[in-house]
Design a protein around this ligand. Structure first.
Ligand code: EPZ
Length: 432
């Protein structure tokens, strides 16, 4: 397994291009199943999760063409010859977003067999809300041998659905299914994340009839079929926030190109509260960490437009060197503090009490060998390592590769001392 080596202490200065959003790209790829026409997605990030989704769709029978390697890469998908309605365990267990093929397959083909995702590092993450809503739309669902066996005798029927809790994935799955259902579907207490809106706008471009985009109530009039389109994925607000935290903790000055402030207001407000100015430029956002120390603040994660849970670990790392104390409360997932023991190895002063963590700012951090445990936790270790004295080695960086495109390249371009130590290189060195 690859490792990443960082020597901290250099303020980040320069320009970082923000890639397309992973959490928009994944449902958008699944949406190709709703039509036999070509769907072309631009500004696609090159990430392990995108490759996993591409492989999943290919085994259903989707034809994929990838044009370009990085920045602005386009992927064309065509579900004109679907021959397999099963999403197998060996794929679904590596990426929970695989469950997003369920709604589209059911809506277009009337049947689907999708492995239950199983647990995940940050929580049990059930999919009961997805299944309950599909049953309300007329799907017959059985759980057999760890698989969801779903079928629709005729056609999914639109209905009035009230989600018991806000769920990004459930909103996306049912939104896609409703586009081809008979009649009107109302989704109440729907997720309002920008990635959900991005999916809705793309579905509209494919001929879907959707009202209320960006609000907690979506109304969808089912249509008989959808056509293809070309759609550009929004920028990744979590990647942008992650690099903003890195610029802040190193006392740097970085321009994040391609991101819009409107996608991350709650994050910008929290940075401002901590004394870090994030201002809009013509190309994106500028983060200036020089001058005053970071101030301790309180953060409580919440569904959009609240503070995103996917930024919690990164902010905790940044606040570990703040003046004073900070309280972080995680309300979305039940086990999203696995970065804490690793950050403590680097000299942070953090105490977790249930769903809250008290962070007392320290004046310096020390590099150490640490282990990535999940995608966003791994970025919190990078952020701490960039500010720590000495060398940090981060193990299990495959977690990072799921959600951050060309991380080392982007940070090195801003002056960071960062390199990837590939497993092959390590083996060769040891053999020598
Ligand atoms: C999406 O996951 C994101 N992933 C997550 O990002 C993100 O943390 C999460 O939304 C919350 O914003 C993608 O978009 C691919 P949820 P999702 O359904 O859809 C519970 C990252 O780091 N729940 O909104 O799986 C669930 O357990 C990832 O990029 C049910 O109880 O999240 C959680 O406590 C991590 N029953 C809460 O709702 C259900 O049927 C929110 O989950 C579904 C969810």
């Amino acid at each position: 397994m690859d490792k990443i080596r960082i020597v901290g202490g250099t303020p980040l200065r320069g320009v970082i291009p923000i890639s397309g959003a992973k959490n928009a790209a994944l449902p958008l790829m699944a949406a190709c199943l709703l039509t036999d026409d070509k769907l072309t997605l631009c500004n696609m990030p090159y990430l392990a999760d995108i490759v996993t989704m591409a492989n999943l769709l290919a085994q259903h029978g989707v034809d994929l063409n990838i044009d370009g390697i990085h920045q602005g890469r386009a992927i064309t998908l065509c579900a004109g010859h679907i021959h397999n309605l099963t999403a197998p365990y060996e794929v679904v267990r590596t990426m929970r977003a695989s469950v997003l093929v369920l709604g589209p397959l059911l809506a277009r083909f009337g049947a689907a067999r999708v492995s239950l995702p199983g647990g995940c590092a940050i929580g049990t993450r059930p999919i009961d809300l997805h299944l309950k809503a599909l049953e309300q739309m007329g799907a017959e669902i059985e759980l057999i041998d760890g698989y969801i066996n779903a079928k629709v005798p005729h056609r999914l029927k639109g209905t009035d659905i009230q989600f018991e809790k806000v769920s990004v994935g459930a909103t996306e799955n049912i939104l896609m299914a409703a586009c081809l259902a008979e009649g009107e579907t109302i989704l109440r207490n729907a997720a309002q994340e920008p990635e959900v809106a991005d999916l809705a706008y793309c579905l509209q471009a494919m001929g879907a009839k959707i009202e209320g985009i960006g609000t907690s109530e979506l109304r969808i009039q089912g249509v008989n079929s959808l056509h293809g389109c070309t759609y550009t994925v929004i920028a990744d607000r979590i990647e942008a926030g992650s690099f903003a935290a890195a610029a802040a903790i190193t006392g740097g000055d970085v321009e994040l190109v391609g991101i819009r402030a409107s996608l991350m207001q709650s994050v910008i407000e929290k940075f401002a509260e901590a004394g870090i100015g994030i201002t809009e430029t013509e190309r994106g956002l500028r983060v200036v960490g020089t001058g005053r120390k970071i101030q301790g603040i309180d953060i409580m994660t919440a569904p959009y437009p609240g503070f995103p849970t996917d930024m919690q670990a990164q902010m905790m790392a940044m606040l570990s060197m703040a003046e004073g104390a900070s309280m972080v409360t995680e309300t979305i997932f039940e086990n999203r503090y696995m970065h804490v023991p690793e950050l403590i190895r680097m000299g942070t002063n953090i105490n977790v009490h249930g769903s809250s963590a008290m962070i007392r700012g320290v004046s310096s951090l020390r590099g150490a060998e640490v282990m990535a445990t999940d995608l966003r936790a791994s970025l919190s270790l990078v952020i701490a390592a960039l500010a720590a004295e000495g060398e940090t080695i981060i193990h299990r960086v495959y977690h990072l590769d799921r959600g951050y495109e060309r991380l080392e390249e982007k940070l090195a371009a801003c002056g960071a001392t960062i390199e990837r130590i590939s497993e092959r290189a390590t083996a060769k060195a040891e053999a020598a």
